[in-house]
Design a binder for this molecule. Structure first.
Ligand SMILES: [Zn+2]
Length: 482
């Protein structure tokens, strides 16, 4: 029987944690080790970590309470400053902790965008004021005002402690600027995080180009709009790398088989390129817009390797055109979703990032093509990942690696300075405790995010987060015992 020590019950959010975990399944992706064990935390430090064997261990498996290092999200939108009705730093960090995340990289596409040192300081102050121990790593804008015209003060932003640079929400359209950004950021030891989209191919686009968009009468969003941007970025990286050895490119929220193929080849050629995929791009598909609610792997025909037809399969159960499914890049086919999982499996994809993108009801509860793109997914990432694990598509350790050591590698020295995602005796405790044996229902009252709605509302997901400890301090604790 597993048990979670009760001493944590007296601790306030932000307080140092004492914890006794017995009969749990420990997963340490950094060392590749997993198995039954015990973990004792005193004053926020891992006092002892014991791997069990023999009779003690025989009743414990990876289907019960699992303990892993705290998750790192490379991509989240916290909406502060400028749109606090959708999310604030405080609610975003609370949502992260509920999702098992102890480190969150906040994208700079706020209003105004975070393109100066003073704004990085303000974000850090908001995180401190929230009382949450979840680490906020700020990403700085690549271009001044995210206007795509000239570089932001990258050196000043680096001095202020940003973890990388991105104009996310938009690509860095001008190749010249992108080239300079890679070189300059590389000199500063930081990655450029690009949102790869050729805007010339996506004007007015609503849903991934294909059967679903055609039948629903939605304007198609070609897969090539992403793949051509990925190819351009990689070609420029290859050239810049010859002069600037530190140049690093991170491609975020890749959603197509072609894009992942480009990254696979670039990595094989030794280029310093990394990438992430989101849970909604590997678990959901465009057929959800038609009203299907089956997982991506169930929408793939194993015989032909093509996406199944949801009309022929009679799996349409929800209303079509649910605007909560409008996202950038759009939900793709089952073939692309499978490519995302295969990329995770073979290491082409370094990390699972949530692209947590909360919006207000006013911005989201409108006609499909008018809805602001985004899914507030930081609290459901673990559940979707576990669905893929349960479907046999991803081993648990690899999946957890993509939420811990994988993103830490992308961040490099920045993450190294703040946290090492590993279960190590003597280290400051930074971990998540979740129960694979129970499901929880996604409902508004359960969510810490202010984001309105969502395609998973009403759905029961595996992996109830019981406890999140960030930097030795309590970040989240489930109230009622399940
Ligand atoms: Zn983006």
């Amino acid at each position: 029987m597993s048990s979670v020590g009760s001493r944590v019950a007296d601790t306030e959010i932000g307080g140092l944690v004492d914890l006794d975990l017995t009969g749990v399944w420990l997963v340490d992706p950094a060392s590749g080790r997993q198995g039954p064990g015990e973990l004792v935390v005193r004053d926020g430090r891992i006092e002892s970590l014991t791997w069990l064997a023999g009779a003690e261990a025989s009743a414990i498996d990876d289907r019960g309470v699992v303990v892993a290092p705290g998750f790192i999200d490379l991509h989240a939108h916290l909406r502060e400053p400028g749109n606090e009705a959708a999310e604030t730093v405080a609610t975003g960090l609370a949502a992260a902790a509920h999702g098992g995340f102890t480190t969150v990289c906040a994208m700079p596409n706020t209003t105004p965008p975070i393109d100066r040192a003073a704004m990085v300081e303000a974000a850090r102050a908001a995180a401190a004021a929230s009382g949450s121990p979840v680490r906020l790593l700020q990403i700085g804008a690549v271009t001044a005002g995210r206007a795509g015209e000239q570089l932001a003060a990258l050196g000043e932003l680096a001095d202020a402690g940003v973890a990388g640079f991105s104009d996310d929400g938009s690509p860095i359209q001008r190749a010249e600027l992108f080239r300079n950004a890679l070189a300059y950021a590389g000199g500063l030891g930081l990655p450029v995080i690009d949102h790869p989209e050729d805007l010339g191919q996506t004007s007015g686009a609503e849903a991934s180009d294909g059967l679903i968009a055609t039948v629903l009468g939605l304007r198609g969003w070609p897969a090539a709009a992403e793949a051509t941007a990925v190819a351009r970025d990689i070609e420029i990286l290859a050239e810049v790398s010859r002069d600037v050895s530190g140049a690093r490119l991170h491609l975020t929220h890749l959603s197509t088989a072609a894009s992942i193929g480009h990254v696979r080849r670039a990595k094989a050629a030794g280029l310093a390129v990394t990438c992430d995929v989101t849970p909604h791009h590997f678990a959901l598909t465009d057929e959800w817009i038609a009203g299907s609610r089956r997982w991506a792997w169930d929408a793939l025909d194993p015989d032909t390797g093509h996406a199944r037809d949801p009309w022929r399969d009679r799996v349409l159960e929800a209303e079509p055109y649910d605007s909560s499914l409008r996202v950038n890049p759009p939900l793709r086919s089952a073939v692309d979703a499978r490519a995302c999982l295969e990329g995770l499996l073979d290491g082409t994809v370094d990390a699972i990032a949530t692209d947590h993108a909360p919006h207000t009801q006013v911005d989201k509860d409108v006609e499909f093509g008018l809805a602001r793109p985004g899914i507030a997914g930081i609290e459901t990432a673990l559940g979707l990942m576990l669905e893929a694990v349960d479907a046999g598509l991803l081993p648990l350790t690899r999946a957890l690696e993509a939420l811990t050591s994988g993103p830490a590698r992308v961040l490099g020295a920045v993450a190294g300075a703040t946290a090492t995602p590993a279960l190590t005796e003597g280290a400051v405790a930074d971990l998540v405790v979740f129960d694979r044996g129970t499901r929880w229902t996604v409902e508004t009252s359960a969510m810490r995010s202010r984001g309105w709605g969502g395609p998973l509302l009403g759905r029961a997901l595996p992996g109830t987060v019981r406890l999140t400890v960030a930097a030795g301090r309590l970040a989240f604790e489930a109230t009622a015992t399940a």
